[in-house]
Design a protein around this ligand. Structure first.
Ligand code: SAM
Length: 290
């Protein structure tokens, strides 16, 4: 991602939530704001996938499959993350790489909670434009940070984050875009600011050659057929085994309490999970400060 460009993968995952809303994980997943945060031209594909209109043309079919598969991953991980946030009701929530996350606007449990939305400055500026004057349920503070350049700790201190009170941290769909060093540095800052009772919720990709080749092939086909490739400017920079992720967290005093793959999460959450191989390469870990 460059200095000026806002994240396109943030739009893709928002499209996934808009597709899933009312269709996947019924009764457990809902994100009615997702469709509102998309621009009219970004809503067309959402409508087609929701209607099950499978296109015949190859490029359009690739795009359809990408958004459809994304909706399964997003429904599953949103349910699991929301549950983990509710379970550990902390007074502060920091969303790292927030993108078009609408939790502060849609979760009544966050009323009265201080929510710090941390994101790349360009992505955050675009989100604020898209939000317009929609009022959040929580008290929201926007914290622009480039994890590769800026000090997360300094930015959070300036925004009023209190490291003596417990914090829940959500790091959803961001780790793949960071180098191993950036991941380590971010966890160091998070751990320093995590009072007893704090909780880190992180999703991460596992090393998987088949998935990597599949993703490259899909990106190539999208480009060759003149479709938008949302991953073009956001290459995958790291992947982690569960052991490696547990080590990064526990070396800094955050103890992993659960670590599950997305396919298991999808099945437990009642999300259909037709895309088993796509789902099973991602994992969600929860680590607590005891
Ligand atoms: C796939 S989106 C996920 C957004 C959101 N967490 C969600 O799940 O809907 C990736 C997010 O990571 C952010 N991101 C990627 N690299 C970043 C960096 N170096 N510094 C800050 N944010 C970054 C992007 O701005 C974007 O919002």
């Amino acid at each position: 991602m460059t200095e000026r460009a806002a994240s396109r993968t943030a739009i893709l995952v928002c499209q996934g939530r808009a597709v899933a809303d009312g269709r996947l994980g019924a009764g457990r997943f809902s994100d009615p704001l997702a469709i509102d945060l998309l621009l009219p031209e970004e809503r067309d594909i959402v409508a087609r996938v929701r209607a099950g209109e499978v296109p015949k043309a190859f490029g359009a079919r690739m795009e359809y499959e990408l958004v459809s598969a994304t909706s399964e991953v997003l429904a599953a991980r949103t349910i699991a993350i929301d549950d983990a946030v509710r379970e550990q009701a902390n007074p502060q929530l920091v969303i790292l790489g927030a993108g078009l996350d609408a939790r502060a606007w849609r979760m009544p449990e966050l009323t009265g909670v201080e929510v710090f939305e941390v994101d790349h400055p360009a992505s955050q500026a675009e989100k604020r434009e898209r939000l317009g004057d929609r009022e959040p349920l929580a008290s929201v503070l926007f914290v622009p940070v480039d994890f590769g350049k800026d000090s997360l700790g300094t930015a959070l201190t300036e925004a009023g984050h209190d490291e003596t009170r417990p914090t829940t941290w959500i790091w959803e769909g961001v780790v793949p875009y960071l180098t191993p060093a950036e991941v380590g540095e971010t966890v160091t800052e998070v751990a320093k600011r995590s009072a007893v009772g704090s909780r880190m919720i992180v999703t991460y990709p596992t090393p998987n050659r088949l998935y990597r080749y599949g993703r490259r092939a899909m990106e190539l086909l999208l480009s060759l057929t003149g479709r938008t490739n949302p991953m073009a400017r956001e290459p995958q920079r790291s992947s982690w085994t569960p052991e490696a992720m547990a080590a990064v967290l526990s070396d800094r005093g955050l103890t992993v309490t659960t670590d599950r793959d997305m396919l298991t999460i999808a099945q437990e959450a009642g999300v259909e999970g037709k895309r088993g191989s796509f789902l099973s390469t991602g994992r969600l870990a929860i680590a607590d400060r005891h």
